[in-house]
Design a protein around this ligand. Sequence first.
Ligand code: PLP
Ligand code: COI
Length: 427
Amino acid sequence: MRLNIALLLTSNVVLATSFIINPLGSTIAPTTSQSRGILAAPFSTHLSVLTSGQSDTEVASSSSSTRSPLGIPGTADLEWEGLGFEFRPTKSNLRITYKDGEWGEFELCEDPTINIHMGATALHYGQACFEGLKAFTHPDGTVHVFRPKENAYRLSTSCTRVVMPVLPEATFLNAVNEVVRDNIEYVPPYGSGGALYLRPLLFGSGPRIGLQPADEYTFILMVMPVGDYYKGGLASPVDGLLITDFDRAAPRGVGNVKVAGNYAADMLPNMVSKSKGFPIGLYLDAKTQSMVEEFSTSNFVGIDSKNNKYVTPKSASVLPSITNKSLMTIASDEGMVVEEREVQLDELESFDEVLACGTAVVVTPVGSITLLGDVEDPDDVEASDVKKFVFGDSSEVGPVTRNLYDRVRAIQYGEEEDRYGWNMKIE
Ligand code: PLP
Ligand code: COI
């Protein structure tokens, strides 16, 4: 089984690298009603597939001099303050189709709708995965995407797990550059506190009725300006609920990849938690129910200030967060002891601060986590089943959380030197 999957995926990669290249670059073909036209991969002649040691900075530094000038971020007619996190139409989305064993050319489309076969494997069998990353305007007006190579890599792990063809890293990075370039006016201006959220989506669009992988796939890269995921952002710690009657991911399931089904599994517990007054839900490990795993849409981090420790759960069913990886680097550079290990539920008592981290939530302080047990009413604090873990002064942002937030934001917004090479400049 393992060998067959490996062969299948190897052949996908080989075929995918025969991507059609128009060396002249950025010409846009005549438009149709749905599509603004085919865009040949503009940087492909300059860009080789990177090895894992290269920084994101190196990726887009080889732009062609024949390109039209980049527009100005933040010039779309929008209220930039208080954007929130919701779908918003922009100028275009970028699409690439995989057919006959290879990825095709880029297409920039104005239409936000898609027309797919009713037998598409994404719809029936959940052959679908997605990513999330952000672009930021720097003080000098340039626009930079945070760690896109990491998203290209994680997308490839999701594709591999649900037997979809891998999109080559260089194609992914080119697509990111092209779609941000085309939607540059929707990148929130520097100082607004917002970002352009990029949502790559890859799914089986070809039909199957027996259970097997599709032979056609669609990659879509949509973008939209966003602000805070949780109302109030950093200033307002959120209260969490321990989810005890559902599991997010099985030990050897798909929790460590970003496939659509993980979010379907979370939809009901998530809505129930919110209806009880808890904006964020925390999952335990499915096997023993004794270890902390992660929140629905973000990783868990506990701060033990007395021992100067940054503690985050290590588990095969947690999604490897790019934000968490970045915070671990920053924390360790600041002299904190970073521990990525099993975290027992009882250990919640020992944390002075807890934070949720992810692209959408950035760094969100968590003021408390409540274990309701069989108690229905969250206000029934007298009930013996109810246990509430409170972190520091639960209504204030803790100093470590604030510092980690400030440091990662300063790098993303170009206020601090990008010494790790995390920002990819849009050319
Ligand atoms: N965990 C889950 C389940 C997520 O959906 C996300 C969001 O992408 C994260 C963690 C955070 O990952 P990242 O920091 O790469 O956005
Ligand atoms: C992100 O943080 O980019 C995510 O994908 C989380 C999403 C479910 C809101």
